[in-house]
Design a protein around this ligand. Structure first.
Ligand code: ADP
Ligand code: MG
Length: 223
């Protein structure tokens, strides 16, 4: 049985991410205190509260997966300060652009949208793999999702693979020297610390595995 990502699923994903960010606000801020300016938890929490506000608002919903993702992207760009706001904003805007007007997406289409989001982040922030940023989490996650889709895994299993790749990518930032963002000002002193943005991106991929999968609708209810 294959499954699809629906607009309701995307909304459930974003709500789950908002809860995870709120629960990990202090943790994200501690990570940013070590190699940045101690505002990542605050930034992300404010942004995701605004996103939940929009999801609850009258204009959200009904326009398809792409429209919802774009609304999220615009909300983050306009409410989150710092580097992460425009980067996460671009991520969701590009995902939304790729998803287009589809009412629901299969696992391969969803993987392609995620890949587009990651490319957007890289175009905007110019970070490569191993620069110790959110890209170290998102890029392997997108790659794992695409690979899982190509080998015919179900959406649930594919999202699980992506979350596992995200976690590995996040942990792999610990020994790296930061080459982008504020942490790069520390040079070698950034070694030994997990990147805050890579950590919030892991929460995002974990939220997808938790919420998107359980909200997924069977594409063929008769099967
Ligand atoms: P700021 O650094 O402006 O205080 P945040 O603390 O909210 O913003 O976000 C910091 C995170 O943003 C970093 O941990 C890193 O993952 C991510 N980041 C910073 N610069 C870049 C970049 N150029 N490309 C990708 N991610 C970046
Ligand atoms: Mg910061």
């Amino acid at each position: 049985m294959s499954e699809t990502v629906t607009e309701e699923g995307v909304a459930a994903w974003l709500r789950a991410f908002a809860v995870a960010v709120a629960q990990n606000r202090e943790y994200l801020t501690e990570l940013d205190a070590a190699i940045g300016d101690a505002d990542h938890g605050f930034n992300m929490d404010r942004g995701m509260q605004a996103v939940v506000g929009r999801l609850d608002g009258p204009s959200a919903g009904g326009g398809g997966v792409g429209a919802l993702l774009k609304l999220v992207g615009m909300t983050l760009v306009s409410t989150v300060g710092g580097a992460a706001g425009p980067l996460y904003g671009t991520f969701f805007l590009q995902m939304g652009k790729d998803a287009g007007g589809e009412p629901e997406l299969g696992v391969a289409q969803w993987a392609a949208a995620l890949e587009s989001g990651v490319r957007g982040v890289q175009m905007r922030g110019k970070a490569e793999l191993e620069d110790k940023t959110m890209v170290d989490t998102l890029a392997p996650a997108a790659q794992a999702l695409s690979a899982a889709a190509a080998s015919g895994l179900s959406l649930v299993d594919a999202l699980q693979r992506a979350a596992e790749a995200a976690e590995q990518g996040m942990k792999a930032t610990i020994p790296l020297v930061a080459r982008k963002g504020r942490a790069s000002y520390l040079g070698e002193r950034s070694v030994g610390h997990q990147d805050p943005g890579a950590t919030s991106s892991w929460l995002l991929m974990q939220a997808a595995a938790d919420a998107l999968a359980s909200a997924a609708s069977p594409s063929d209810p008769g099967a």
